[in-house]
Ligand binder design. Sequence first.
Ligand code: CA
Length: 241
Amino acid sequence: MTENTNVKSARILIVEDEAPIRTLISFACAAAGYEVECAEDAQKAQSVVENNPPDLVLLDYMLPGLSGVEWLERLHADPKTEHLPVIMLTARGSESDRVKGLNAGADDYIVKPFMPRELIARIQAVLRRYQHQSKNEQDSLNVEVVCGPLTMNEASFEAKVDGEALSLSAKEFKLLLVFAKNPERVYSREMLLQLVWDNAYVDERTVDVHMLRLRKQLQGTRAENLLQTVRGLGYRAHISE
Ligand code: CA
């Protein structure tokens, strides 16, 4: 499935009390390939969101009963719906409505009356942004660095050799990660101090002490010879065949 078909098969909830506008928007969304659901007030919209959450909400500002922006505040206060994408529909000239909508967490707003084409373009843009975000979140949960037999996970701070966990301090982990990310690259002690100790005043021998500890941890594993001394220069990770 391409990204485009994903975006197009999204479910849109239209919350609008004026029937002609609701019909118009509903028609435009369906014509663009979206699945459509309608609600004429916040209460009905709430039950749709609870029973069958949509991918995006088109929310009119002026609704009978709970206003669009009041309902939006409730949505965003609930952890289950705080990330639901919302585009507000606001009346022409009502700058303060737009500001209130955006402050309440709307992703975008569109001013009535609008062209269906413009509405669809806004919907697509917001959906794409969310797809991109959730992909990035997934990527950041799975940040594995592999260097020969060594595997490091930046999110969980785990380092393993052939599946066996190493027991490393935070600094040792950070130091080993520098090498794991750039095998064969030589790092001087000074570079390592900058990268791992953030320029704090630390003696260069600190690096040697930590390298010694890392090598001890790797002893007896297949990564035993991973960390090498490059005479006169510093250290590198070398993956042997
Ligand atoms: Ca209205």
